[in-house]
Design a protein around this ligand. Structure first.
Ligand SMILES: [Zn+2]
Length: 246
């Protein structure tokens, strides 16, 4: 059994250590990434949206004990914010990508050749350093192809001519229809189930007739797709996950 003297000695040792040079901070505390910051005045928690994790700002001369206590006391906050973070995902070799409701695995290949779908794989040739960009370009092109075809199809049911379609990467909307009838979509909609893409195209195509969100617009939109309500709900609940791909 450890004696009182042992405990005293241990305490003194800790005290001396805290008074002199503090220990270097650990890399993480209870799963929270530690970021030393010599200019910070107090311990603080924040979300690093770019890297998709929770970060503890560690001022100079912070004791491990104080930091641990701080993180423990704020664990509710940490868990709450962690649940809301969408992890960042790369188009790496072996990654599984949902495209229009089907999953594909990225498979690198030697030599030259076009990026293509074969069965349930996306074959990508060339240097590993360009893999991510190649896959991204391929998915964007595929998204544009599907959105263009679907937009023309829905326009035809309304007796409208096909219009110009672009894909961009907006942060706060999935599509838009200009007063000239030109359509813009987020290329990321291809990661959603096909019914959701179908709804989005129905929505923007309906704007070619009604430039508002009135009852007539919603009636027309509903007539152009199978289940506008469910698709809207899906986008509201899961839309953020489409932004996870870098
Ligand atoms: Zn709208």
């Amino acid at each position: 059994m450890p004696s009182t003297a042992f405990w005293l000695a241990a305490m003194l040792k800790t005290l001396i250590r805290t008074r002199s040079a503090p220990l270097p901070p650990p890399a993480d505390l209870h799963g929270v990434r530690v970021v030393p910051n010599s200019r910070a005045r107090r311990l603080a928690l924040r979300v690093d949206a770019k890297l998709g994790d929770v970060v503890l700002t560690w001022p100079k001369r912070t004791s491990l004990h104080a930091a641990e206590k701080f993180v423990r006391e704020n664990m509710d906050w940490v868990e709450r914010h962690r649940a809301k973070i969408t992890p960042v995902r790369n188009f790496d070799a072996g990654a599984r990508i949902p495209l229009a409701g089907k999953e594909y695995t990225i498979v690198p290949a030697a030599g030259r050749g076009v990026t293509r779908i074969e069965g349930d794989t996306i074959i990508v040739h060339g240097d590993a350093a360009h893999l991510h960009r190649r896959v991204r370009d391929f998915i964007k092109a595929e998204s544009l192809r599907q959105l263009t075809a679907l937009s023309a199809e829905k326009a035809a049911t309304l007796g409208l001519k096909p219009t110009s379609v672009r894909v961009l990467d907006p942060k706060s909307r999935w599509g838009s229809c200009g007063s000239d009838g030109k359509l813009m979509y987020s290329w990321r909609i291809i990661f959603a189930p096909p019914e959701v893409m179908d709804y989005l195209v129905a929505h923007e195509t309906a704007h070619r007739i009604h430039m508002n969100h009135g009852p007539a617009f919603w009636r027309l939109c509903a007539s152009l797709t199978t289940d506008a309500k469910s698709a809207r709900r899906w986008l509201r609940d899961h839309g953020k996950t489409l932004m996870a791909w870098k």
